[in-house]
Write a protein that binds this ligand. Structure first.
Ligand code: HEC
Length: 155
């Protein structure tokens, strides 16, 4: 029984137990972080469909290309939207950051001209121009879905 143990040993045992628990907790956290990284979706994981990109292409051509160029590489006074912009400027940000910017600012003076889903369709087209592969599922135009997909530099 613990009350017969020498003075201080209860405290020592308790401290040892806390130490072990802390070690276990640390390794569990490390394991979770590794699992989260493995599971992380990126723009190169086939996050849009070709059909969706086709829809986006029409909207981009009519309302964005005049400034950003037909292939979104930029024009006089307007930045490119792919290549360096995704590989570097938006690298390690969620795709929602890029989409949010369009929803709230583009086209200039007419933000919100398209629906949230249509801006996601335009995003799909831009990903296609950027060289990210298409997949089976459409890109969903919600903050929740787009915040799960990371923009990473072209592998
Ligand atoms: C009248 C010209 C014009 C039109 C039309 C236009 N843009 Fe832009 N766009 C700009 C300019 C100028 C900027 C830079 C603004 C800034 O950085 O604040 C910009 C910035 C952007 C950015 C951010 C780029 C970055 O480097 O962060 C995105 C994304 C974007 N536009 C998408 C679109 C889309 C999609 C459309 C069509 C729905 C569109 N733009 C239509 C002029 C235009």
């Amino acid at each position: 029984m613990w009350k017969h143990a020498g003075p201080g040993s209860f405290a020592r045992n308790a401290l040892a137990a806390v130490g072990v628990a802390a070690l276990l907790a640390t390794s569990a956290l490390a394991a979770n972080a590794a699992a989260a990284n493995d599971a992380e979706l990126t723009i190169f994981d086939g996050v849009y469909t070709d059909e969706q990109a086709d829809r986006g292409k029409d909207m981009f051509a009519s309302d964005c290309a005049a400034c950003h160029g037909n292939t979104a590489r930029g024009g006089p006074g307007s930045p490119g939207l792919i290549a360096f912009t995704l590989d570097s400027k938006y690298a390690d940000q969620p795709l929602s950051a890029y989409w949010d910017f369009m929803v709230h600012n583009m086209p200039p003076g007419n933000a919100g001209w398209f629906t949230d889903q249509e801006y996601a369709d335009i995003t799909a087209y831009l990903l296609q121009l950027h060289g990210a592969p298409a997949g089976e599922n459409e890109l969903e135009g919600t903050e929740e879905a787009l915040s799960q997909i990371m923009i990473v530099p072209t592998p």
